[in-house]
Design a protein around this ligand. Sequence first.
Ligand SMILES: O=C1O[C@H](COP(=O)(O)O)[C@@H](O)[C@H](O)[C@H]1O
Length: 231
Amino acid sequence: MFILNEYSSSEQLTQDMVKNIVTELKSAVNKRGVASIAVSGGKTPIPLFNILSKQQLPWSKIYITLVDDRWVDSTDDASNEKLVITHLLQNEATLANFIGLKNNAQTPFKGELATQEKLAEIPMPFDVVILGMGEDGHTASLFPHAENLSSGLDMHSNKVVVGMTPLTAPLDRITLTLPAILNSQNIYLHLVGNSKKTVLAQALDGKDIVDMPIRAILQQDKVKVVGFWCN
Ligand SMILES: O=C1O[C@H](COP(=O)(O)O)[C@@H](O)[C@H](O)[C@H]1O
């Protein structure tokens, strides 16, 4: 269940994604009193965060977490938490409830349980999960051929997060597991650039999830996934 929306400008793409996110979060607050969203890190979502942060929403009823983070301090430039603090938890969105994935454990593997306990505060299912994709076919921090990938993909593990040591990128990570990502009303895949479109075509063309973990998102039938792409 994957559809791709293509845009001729990044401004149009951002506007449309923001419109969809605002609609879903407002409707969730109206229905259950609270809403939740899990966002990606990386460079792609920065313009989206800047505009989303200015929207009039009942932010104090909205819970925000990350789909993944590098196991670094939240003041480190490589931290996705730092990115969210700098670009999303600003303007109107300073009132939002943010729960990060990093804790004080020495490694993400040792920190899994404490993060899972923190995340118990988040209203589930997520109303929106925003995913990105790396040029190696990773999404969140589900990395191709990583030692712990099978644990992240296990639909019966009862784990919300797992540690991950990528073979194709630096730094240990913590990531939402596949069942946690799929426990969402909406999944949006945010892609910018021609090279990401080529990688997407490769992902749609094959079946091996260990080669390209994004396939576990694109080729499932539990949740509709909407792609937003522009060059
Ligand atoms: O490592 C990561 O990369 C992906 C893609 O990042 P981008 O810079 O190409 O947008 C991102 O979705 C993920 O959250 C991040 O940790």
